[in-house]
Design a protein around this ligand. Structure first.
Ligand code: SAM
Length: 279
């Protein structure tokens, strides 16, 4: 496994993913009943901007930094932006970009619980250190797909599963689709958020077609494209597939992603928030 998220943290794809994560969790947390959160590919939790890999990758410079510098972001993005500043802040300039575990923990209440899976030992150790003293969270150094079989349905009976694999393996999309459908069969009322890359190979379109034909109801897609999907550049866009999205999430995602597309790729950028499968 070569993937290190520090080369990419805070890029446009992280902005999309974490904006969707924040808005989904915040809506789920409006009901008093306890929530569970499972992050199958959690990463290290916090990415200081002066880290060597962060500096070398530098992708935050064309992702989170222009978002924070923008004069008038829309209301849809306010909660996400405030949270990034609160965790990664310092006075004024951003010191670190938060990963999904720290973002989630910030939104959880006393009655909620989170489980984080990370296969890479150094990343898992770093995450444990970030979450030291956090009694609502458990870090598991284990395969996230296997964890879905062991930990879902979540004991709280309501909650969110975030699936955010590195897509290094050409068969990742197949494993993902198979596992999501199996997991959904065991826990059909859970909320699922799945991040995917859009590159020229067409893997994302095949994955979405597979999910559309799977029999799983209530699926929503939120995509942020910086370039045409067939551009040879590499990561042309990114998407989040949501299963059982909270009520009225789509409107907020539409407002936020349209603004992000015009900010991060003026002229060429596109956003799409669409129901993939209805009720
Ligand atoms: C895209 S990064 C996660 C980023 C994180 N979810 C966030 O939003 O901040 C993917 C992570 O999955 C880890 N990983 C790779 N294969 C895994 C597996 N089979 N199970 C669990 N973690 C895995 C990698 O080490 C990497 O830290």
């Amino acid at each position: 496994m070569n993937y290190r998220h520090a080369f990419h943290a805070g890029n446009f794809a992280d902005v999309l993913k974490h904006f969707v994560l924040v808005e989904t969790l915040a809506r789920l947390a409006t009901k008093d009943a306890a929530l569970g959160f499972l992050d199958t590919h959690a990463g290290r939790g916090l990415y200081p901007l002066d880290d060597i890999a962060m500096q070398r990758g530098g992708e935050f410079r064309t992702g989170i930094l222009p978002v924070l510098a923008a004069a008038a972001p829309p209301a849809a993005l306010e909660r996400y932006i405030a949270l990034v500043r609160r965790i990664g802040g310092g006075d004024g300039a951003l010191g670190a970009y938060p990963g999904s575990p720290l973002i989630a923990v910030e939104l959880l209440r006393a009655q909620d619980r989170a489980a984080f899976c990370e296969l890479e030992p150094l990343e898992a150790a770093a995450l444990r250190a970030e979450l030291r003293g956090e009694r609502r969270a458990a870090v598991h150094e284990r395969d996230g797909y296997e964890a879905l079989g062991a930990l879902v349905p979540l004991p709280e009976k309501r909650g969110l599963v975030l699936i955010d694999p590195p897509y290094e393996d050409p068969l990742e999309f197949d494993r993902l689709a198979r596992t999501v459908v199996q997991t959904h069969r065991r826990w059909p009322t859970g909320v699922y958020a799945i991040w995917y890359p859009v590159t020229r190979d067409g893997g994302a379109a095949r994955f979405l077609a597979q999910m559309q034909a799977s029999g799983v109801r209530r699926q929503l897609v939120a995509e942020l494209m910086l370039r045409r999907p067939d551009s040879p550049v590499g990561l042309n866009g990114a998407g989040m597939l949501l299963i059982n999205p909270p009520f009225r999430l789509a409107e907020t995602l539409r407002e936020g992603t349209q603004w992000l597309a015009s900010l991060l790729a003026p002229g060429e950028g596109r956003a799409r928030v669409e129901v993939l499968v209805g009720e």
